[in-house]
Design a protein around this ligand. Structure first.
Ligand SMILES: C[S@@+](CC[C@H](N)C(=O)[O-])C[C@H]1O[C@@H](n2cnc3c(N)ncnc32)[C@H](O)[C@@H]1O
Length: 277
């Protein structure tokens, strides 16, 4: 099939699900990962034929609303490709901003002991282990299926993260104290489902996304309590947060810690909270 053929098919078949910008992004992602072509313009004609044995199947999955990252099996995050499937949240650009913020804060004083609570594909601890190779990095998740993928990513990307199967909502204690506790826990309230695209609702793990309308900060309270037992004196907690609950999240953390600073994401929404004493 030619690159033009792939592009035309995607535009024709996906236009009821996605707008043009989204289809263009899917097209670029698709040819980059499936065909290893970084610049489609170089091949944007009807002459060069590429072998595309997966295309029919891929197109039918895309038409069913399956996200492009799950169709090709990989998501790009920070500097790396992470394996993903239906059990792992697709790493988001907002979460990359969390990594950028941490790298700004930890330029000289390198964190030695790091833990990520609710790790999914392992994108956060693995990226941090790449950035801080001397750090001891751990990560927790309740989902054995997600942990399986996270471990594969750890192996593929040659990092040394230790994964722990644990329910964060249970009472538990680990043997260590940490310089850096990070979490991007489930934070979308059930009431926000109506704002969401069908491809997220039908194909991404609800376990990774949703919390009840009644107790939307349930995971952040647990992170705060975990930190009380496990944060070093000069340690910090960084969490990705629900943009609509910035003030509430801040007030909750201030009941446990002296400082809780909100940071905005690139779209100007409250997205990250930085906590320390
Ligand atoms: C929003 S996802 C974040 C995944 C990944 N850290 C990222 O940023 O892409 C939240 C993660 O928390 C995990 N999780 C949900 N409930 C949990 C619980 N009770 N205990 C531990 N992990 C949980 C989910 O399996 C999911 O991987």
């Amino acid at each position: 099939m030619t690159i033009k053929g792939i592009k035309n098919s995607l535009y024709q078949e996906l236009n009821t699900l996605y707008n043009d910008d989204e289809i263009e992004a899917i097209f670029r992602y698709y040819i980059e990962i499936r065909l290893n072509i970084l610049d489609s313009f170089l091949f944007n004609d009807d002459k060069i034929e590429f072998k595309t044995p997966h295309f029919e199947k891929d197109l039918s999955e895309l038409k069913s609303g399956k996200p492009i990252q799950q169709v090709v099996g990989y998501a790009f995050f920070y500097d790396y490709f992470f394996k993903v499937n239906e059990h792992t949240l697709i790493p988001r650009p907002e979460t990359e901003e969390l990594i950028y913020l941490i790298t700004e804060k930890y330029k000289n004083n390198l964190p030695l002991k790091i833990i990520d609570l609710g790790t999914g594909s392992g994108c956060i601890p693995i990226t941090l282990n790449k950035l801080y190779p001397t750090a001891n990095v751990q990560a927790i998740d309740i989902s054995t299926e997600a942990l399986k993928i996270a471990k594969e990513n750890n192996e593929n990307l040659k990092t040394d993260v230790k994964f722990i199967h644990q329910d964060l909502l249970e009472d538990f204690q680990l043997d260590y104290k940490y310089d850096l506790i990070i979490s991007n826990p489930p934070y979308i309230r059930d009431l926000e489902k109506k704002e969401m695209h069908i491809n997220v609702l039908q194909h991404e793990p609800h376990l990774a996304l949703f919390v009840s309308n009644d107790d939307p900060l349930v995971f952040y309270k647990k992170v705060a309590q975990f930190g009380k037992l496990h944060l070093n004196n000069d340690g910090k907690i960084f969490c990705e947060i629900n943009q609509y609950l910035g003030k509430e999240t801040q007030e909750m953390f201030l009941r446990y810690y002296e400082h809780a600073i909100l940071h905005k994401d690139i779209s100007g929404n409250d997205r990250i909270i930085e906590i320390y004493n």
